[in-house]
Design a protein around this ligand. Structure first.
Ligand code: SF4
Length: 337
């Protein structure tokens, strides 16, 4: 098996807003070439902020971002512009992100003119080709965004993101503003384009059903930190973190098989400006022990390729073959399980 190549790496990344809220807290995360990494968590957990910081759409307050080994955290000027062309974003609100006064071909061509220095004719030709590729047809280029439905506008947003020839795309809740009937079409389009163009994608969503469909690995965020990172199938078969377990239990059954225990995710997300001490999830965790209230668990590898930030993970530590069966030796230590 070939060793995966890191494409995007963040180390110790933090984002603090002017109101002193640390939306992202000391995150270490690697996205490998060609994979789709699903980033999940409740609204307000910091996942969109992390995605934007990786692309320097917003600035980090600490830590490093490496793209293809190059530290882009402090990059400026022409080098930043040309690097940014390889890093693109698909936004949640396809309408809000499209200038209503411009023709669609101009919207899609704009990043090519700006960051690739293309001439107008080449940029327009590429834009029309891309509109065709995303299923809108070349004639869409002479119309304006308001003439399209929500799903079609998201296709325009995808064409615009593809225009400069990116290698890494952050898709931030790309289907959550769309009708359920349209979501699958846009997800399939994104999955096809990712595969055909060899893209690497960070797919941000609160919808685990969607993430299961597109992601190779899953990262779960809670109060600005990654609390679990796992291959997709292993994650959905047996989540290792109690928060992941509760998230999974709160969505409709994703696949046939034995019914999951219904776990109510109690309480609100704590105030990110004043996260709880120890394990930040202890205020909502049904397994919380005394240690959890005072000692911060590290994000530790519990099985090859699986990491979890929990003193009492829900899977056996060590061999992946034993995951999800006996619910871990640690289960015997848990006071409330
Ligand atoms: Fe729950 Fe403790 Fe694990 Fe935190 S460290 S998730 S409180 S069991």
């Amino acid at each position: 098996m070939s060793v995966p190549t890191p494409l995007m790496q963040v180390e110790n990344l933090s984002v603090e807003f002017a109101n002193k809220v640390r939306a992202v807290r000391d995150v270490d995360l690697t996205v490998y070439e060609g994979e789709t990494l699903g980033l999940v968590g409740e609204s307000g957990c910091g996942k969109s902020t992390l995605g934007k910081a990786m692309l320097r759409v917003i600035e980090a307050s600490g830590g490093d971002i490496r793209y293809r080994g190059l530290n882009i955290t402090t990059m400026r000027g022409t080098l930043l512009r040309s690097t940014r062309a390889e890093l693109q974003m698909v936004f949640q609100d396809p309408f809000g992100s499209l200038n209503p006064r411009r023709k669609v071909a101009d919207i899609v061509a704009e990043p090519l003119l700006r960051s690739r220095g293309a001439d107008k004719a080449t940029a327009r030709r590429t834009a029309l080709d891309l509109l065709d590729l995303v299923g809108l047809g070349r004639e869409a280029g002479d119309r304006r965004p308001h003439e399209f439905s929500g799903g079609q506008r998201q296709r325009i947003g995808i064409a615009r993101a593809l225009a400069p020839g990116p290698r890494f795309v952050v898709a931030d809740e790309p289907v959550s503003a769309l009708d359920v009937s349209i979501q699958a079409q846009v997800i399939n389009l994104l999955a096809d384009l990712t595969r055909d163009r060899g893209l690497t994608m960070l797919f941000i969503s609160h919808d685990l059903g969607v993430v299961r469909h597109v992601a190779d690995r899953v990262a779960v965020m809670y109060l600005g930190q990654i609390i679990e990172l796992a291959p997709r199938d292993a994650f959905f078969a047996a989540p290792a973190h109690p928060y992941s377990e509760a998230l999974l239990a709160s969505v409709p059954q994703l696949s046939p098989g034995p019914a999951r225990e219904r776990i109510v995710l109690e309480g609100e997300l704590p105030d990110p400006a004043a996260p709880p001490p120890g394990c930040t999830y202890h205020t909502r965790c049904r397994y919380a022990a005394e240690k959890c209230r005072t000692v911060t668990p590290p994000l530790a590898e519990v099985q090859p390729g699986r990491s979890v930030r929990c003193h009492l993970p829900l899977i056996a530590v060590g061999s992946p073959s034993s995951s999800g069966s006996d619910r871990s030796p640690a289960a015997t230590e848990r006071p409330n399980s």
